[in-house]
Unconditional design. Structure first.
Length: 331
């Protein structure tokens, strides 16, 4: 149970990063109909801004999180007003080409300015201490952050920073759903998704609302960049590396479906986590099926690399539109 619980936490942590990136992607597509392949670039910009604020100015981590999110919000609005609004009525292939080109420009600009080597991300002191999950009868270390879990045996330490990432991802998702579901702004945006022309005839500046939505998508990417930096590393290539699996999360969940993106992110995170766990037990699996342990280990190592694409193939064979996709979207 201890091992399974640890892998569940690891799966949630991986899924949290994918969820934050995919949530911004699917929010922008669901409202504006834009396929934004520059979203990975927004993520890595957030990571670099966080590093510069932490190392250059020595600011508090939570203040850095707020400032980075606000800066990415502004960058998102500038990007939408300066470039993306000209591609709203263009084919999706044009949107993909221009945003992919923009992502390459950002990647090479960061490489030119900061070099190709990863930057050191200074995490706060509280994040370096583990959180202890402990079972019945166990006494947690004095002064440590401890959470009781009766089904565990002894202690299960887990990095506090990664737990905070999971918590922030959950709070971000809840805040976004509340914004879109229970506010006048969200009502206007959802109405604009159905019939923007009617809202314009009624005197509603839906263009301004859509700019804010694009900014919110960029803001969420910035939050992901701040928390993903010390976990994934901070280098120019990371944005592109995370873009493909994050876009697959959107496709698996269903284009434009935020609930689908969340479910798919958790599914991908769990698949990645438990594929690593299976690789640790290759000798037992090989003995069970009577196969050579070296071959089994090679197969599970390969599975770890392709598990995301394998999940995508299985889901799309059964549900071509994704788990929560709607008919006619991106077809």
């Amino acid at each position: 149970m201890n091992v399974i619980f640890t892998q569940l936490l690891a799966g949630l942590q991986v899924g949290a990063i994918y969820a934050l990136i995919a949530l911004g992607l699917t929010l922008i597509f669901g409202t504006l109909g834009v396929v934004n392949f520059a979203h990975g670039a927004l993520y890595i910009i957030g990571s670099y801004i966080a590093v510069l604020l932490l190392t250059g100015l020595g600011l508090n981590f939570w203040l850095v999180l707020i400032l980075t999110a606000l800066l990415l919000f502004g960058i998102g609005i500038v990007l939408e007003r300066g470039l993306m609004r000209f591609f709203y009525n263009r084919p999706h292939t044009d949107q993909i080409l221009v945003t992919f080109g923009l992502a390459i420009v950002v990647q090479e600009a960061l490489r030119w300015r900061f070099g190709a080597n990863p930057l050191q991300y200074p995490i706060p002191s509280w994040a370096g201490r583990p959180t202890f999950f402990y079972g019945a009868g166990a006494t947690p270390p004095e002064g440590s952050l401890a959470i009781p879990m009766p089904f565990l045996t002894g202690f299960v330490p887990y990095p506090t920073f990664r737990l905070t990432l999971i918590l922030v991802a959950v709070l971000t998702v809840l805040a976004l759903f509340a914004l879109l579901r229970f506010t006048k702004f969200g009502l206007t945006v959802r109405a604009g998704m159905r019939d923007p022309e009617m809202l314009r005839f009624l005197g509603v500046n839906i263009t301004q609302k859509f700019s804010i939505v694009f900014g919110i998508g960029a803001l969420i990417a910035g939050v992901a960049g701040v928390f993903g930096g010390p976990i994934v590393t901070v280098s120019p290539d990371v944005g592109m590396a995370l873009l493909v699996p994050s876009f697959l999360v959107v496709v698996i969940g269903g284009m434009g479906s935020m609930i689908g993106a969340l479910v798919a992110a958790v599914l991908i995170g769990m698949a990645s986590s438990f594929s690593v766990l299976a690789q640790n037990y290759t000798s037992d699996i090989a003995a069970l099926i009577g196969a050579d342990s070296g071959i089994v280990q090679t197969l599970f190592a390969a599975l770890q690399q392709i598990v995301i694409y394998l999940v995508a193939v299985i889901v799309l064979l059964v549900r071509p539109r994704g788990l929560f996709g709607k008919k006619g979207v991106f077809e």
